[in-house]
Design a protein around this ligand. Structure first.
Ligand SMILES: Nc1nc2c(ncn2[C@@H]2O[C@H](COP(=O)(O)OP(=O)(O)OP(=O)(O)O)[C@@H](O)[C@H]2O)c(=O)[nH]1
Length: 311
């Protein structure tokens, strides 16, 4: 009866998709199923009687088995084996050299070490696909569809972070609010499709003219914003004027009509004034300066008054 059950159990272990092995108190392999032997790149007959270390070394030198995070195999195996029997049950995930993943459970019973490896490659692949999809979703949620620039939502998240950093380290931070002049006329004269291409050109033009640490976003319509970390108001104004003048010299040719369009921009610039200032107050001071720029005839830059307003 007992031997019949033993027989059934061994046959069952050979049928299971899991890898299964038993080592004695000297870490010598007493039994393994075919799946466990194949992890080490051996047949069952070849594997039997070898120690855990010999099996691992054999796999390592044939470029098989688990991926190890060390240049020094002997030191790595010493480290692994010193922890192997510390707890009665240990579970961890291991990547294999062939790209597969195993969840390994080590159980110590009566000085014997039982290893059970469950193939979790599909789970890992699904996990990676899910992570990539989430990243893509986050990109979509943060990107303006027309211009590919960061959108309003992304701007507010980033502005909050930059403001906190400026506050904590007492670093300068400026904000540039940009509004294309007479944009309605572009749509009216050349059509909405041409207007869209002008917005795309404008976004590319500013993104190319800024530093890597600056942050450009489309707030909506023909209104854009730039965060300028580590920048004093005077330098932000110099930059704003340089880009404004360069933009006025550009000719935008629409497709497929090849109509030539020229645009100008009005800019309001505010700077972070310390505690009590917020994204909203920075924006509204830049907006007030932008309003003055428009009132002064457009195609110009105005700096916001200090905050709290003097007097
Ligand atoms: N083509 C296109 N037009 C847009 C888009 N979003 C907003 N607009 C247009 O942008 C125009 C903005 O017009 P206004 O707010 O009157 O401003 P403006 O003509 O630029 O005048 P000023 O700002 O005062 O110089 C409107 O005609 C909107 O329809 C867009 O995604 N594509």
């Amino acid at each position: 009866m007992n031997s019949q059950i033993n027989d059934l159990l061994f046959r069952l272990l050979d049928e299971t998709p899991n890898a299964f092995g038993v080592f004695d108190s000297n870490n010598q392999l007493l039994y393994c199923n075919a799946n466990m032997a194949s992890v080490f790149g051996l047949s069952r007959q070849q594997a039997k009687g070898l120690t855990h270390r010999e099996l691992m070394r054999n796999a390592y030198s044939s470029g098989l088995g688990v991926r190890i995070d060390s240049e020094d195999f002997e030191q790595w195996i010493n480290d692994v084996e010193s922890r192997q029997r510390l707890d009665p049950v240990r579970t961890f995930e291991s990547g294999l050299m062939n790209g597969e993943w195993l969840k390994i459970t080590q159980v110590t019973i009566d000085n014997h070490l039982v290893l059970i490896g469950t193939n979790i490659t599909e789970l890992k692949d699904t996990e990676a696909r899910l992570r990539a999809a989430l990243e893509e979703l986050s990109d979509v949620a943060n990107t303006d569809v027309l211009t590919n620039a960061a959108n309003r939502r992304h701007f507010f998240n980033r502005a909050g972070e930059e403001l906190a950093r400026a506050q904590r380290y007492q670093h300068p931070l400026c904000l540039m609010l940009l509004d294309i002049d007479y944009f309605k006329q572009v749509n009216d004269l050349f059509g909405h499709h041409a207007g869209d291409q002008v917005l795309q050109f404008f976004a590319r033009f500013y993104e190319n003219g800024l530093r890597k640490i600056d942050f450009f976003a489309r707030l909506g319509g023909e209104e854009f914003v730039v965060l300028l970390p580590e920048t004093q108001l005077h330098d932000a104004m110099t930059l704003a004027n340089r880009l404004r003048k360069q933009l006025a010299l550009q000719s935008i040719y629409t497709m497929p009509e090849e109509q030539k369009i020229q645009i100008t921009v009005s800019t309001g610039v505010s700077q972070f004034e310390g505690s009590g200032d917020s994204v909203q107050t920075l924006l509204s001071r830049a907006d007030e300066a932008l309003y003055r720029a428009k009132a002064h005839g457009r195609n110009c830059c105005e700096a916001a008054a200090p905050w709290p307003a003097a007097g």
